[in-house]
Design a protein around this ligand. Structure first.
Ligand SMILES: *Cc1c(COP(=O)(O)O)cnc(C)c1O
Length: 364
């Protein structure tokens, strides 16, 4: 523990910020790391060598310039961005969420999302001093249509976030309910498709049809979590306004070049995603066969499981060298739930063995 902030300095900082907790990253050294939905695969040594050569040529003495636009165009092509839309880049989609919230920081504005959901929507709203309304899902993690529509009528949210697939529940929402929400919303609806590489459906058609829909994606779960590239597409006039708040050099020249390199090898990443989807099906069946373990259907690179005692089993798995995320404290609907990221074909049996061992220990 460090010493507390002195009164002298505390006076000049926001009291609400001083009352907040920072985002904690779990230490993972030496463990099978299946806690944060990273793509477990690295590029081949040959591709890494080529990437190294590319990065060595980048002019690190210059501020980021035209390459950012080259990357925007490459991502727009990759995502098949519709005509009339534009795309902006963030230092991860976390930054885009912050910038969008900043753009919507009008007194009285409300941010709304289903819960359990991705924590950054609420954190960004709080940072901006905006009210956040969380609408509980059903017990099996489907959108509660009537509750969502009632909350939209009551709060008239400026921004609604729908993570599709959702995190940490990994499911895709019912499309009829999504469309009813989009019809009912007068403010913005952000379809957050961080897990699009692993999902069977997306929201490109919704982006085409509605001027108040934004489509947010990221290269993180795709395979570049360390590189920090998020992107957001929407009507050009809307993106232009939000982009005014972006720090001008938010995406480094190295991030940009690494992302361009990845898009030139998109087949390699598609193969990785295919392996992850196949591994997901195997892991799901194996989890379902364990006594007292209930996995929930997944369209992402993670599986949410309900277990007999999440706290004990988290510790038991960690003692066996496997780091998952215990999400049971995040929301009452997640009671006794762990979130397991899909690892490599070598890691997933280790994850299973650790859970099996921890379960056996629990029943002794
Ligand atoms: C991981 C995640 C993101 C954030 O990704 P970045 O690494 O900041 O690009 C956004 N939305 C959801 C739902 C996520 O799970």
């Amino acid at each position: 523990m460090s010493t507390p902030l002195s009164d002298r300095m505390a006076r000049y900082l926001r009291a609400d910020v001083q009352g907040m907790h920072g985002y904690a990253v779990q230490p993972s050294a030496g463990l099978v790391k299946v806690d944060t939905m990273e793509n477990p695969f690295r590029l081949s040594p040959e591709l890494r060598r080529q990437l190294g050569e590319r990065l060595a040529e980048v002019a690190l003495n210059r501020y980021p310039a035209e390459r950012g636009n080259v990357l925007r165009q490459a991502l727009a092509r990759h995502a098949q961005m519709p005509d009339g839309c534009d795309i902006m880049l963030g230092n991860g989609s976390d930054e885009l969420i912050s910038l969008l919230t900043l753009a919507a920081d009008v007194p009285g504005n409300v941010v709304l999302a289903p819960l359990p959901g991705f924590v950054m929507y609420e954190i960004a709203a709080r940072h901006q001093g905006l009210k956040f309304v969380g609408v509980p899902t059903t017990a099996d993690f489907e959108l509660d249509g009537p509750a969502m529509l009632a909350a939209i009528r009551e709060h008239q949210p400026a921004i609604i976030y729908l993570a599709y697939p959702n995190n940490p529940t990994a499911n895709l929402w019912d499309d009829g309910i999504i469309d009813a929400i989009i019809e009912a919303a007068s403010g913005l609806v952000v379809m957050d498709e961080a897990y699009q590489p692993f999902a069977s459906r997306d929201s490109l058609e919704r982006l085409k049809r509605h001027e108040h829909v934004l489509l947010m994606r990221t290269m993180s779960k795709f395979g570049l979590a360390g590189v920090r590239i998020g992107y957001m597409m929407g009507r050009a006039a809307l993106i232009r306004e939000i982009d005014k708040l972006r720090p001008p050099f938010n995406v480094s020249v190295l991030n940009c070049e690494a992302a361009l390199f990845a898009l030139e090898h998109v087949d390699e990443y598609a193969r990785q995603a295919e392996t992850i989807r196949a591994e997901r099906a195997k892991l799901f069946d194996a989890l379902a066969a364990l006594p007292g373990v209930q996995p929930f259907p997944s369209e992402a690179n993670m599986i949410l499981v309900r277990v007999p005692d999440a706290k004990q089993l988290f510790a038991g798995m960690k003692a066996r060298g496997v780091l998952v995320k215990n999400v049971s404290g995040l929301h009452p609907l997640l009671a006794n739930c762990l979130r397991i990221t899909i690892g490599t074909p070598e890691e997933n049996p280790q994850t299973l063995a650790a859970l099996r061992g921890a379960l056996e220990e629990l029943s002794q």
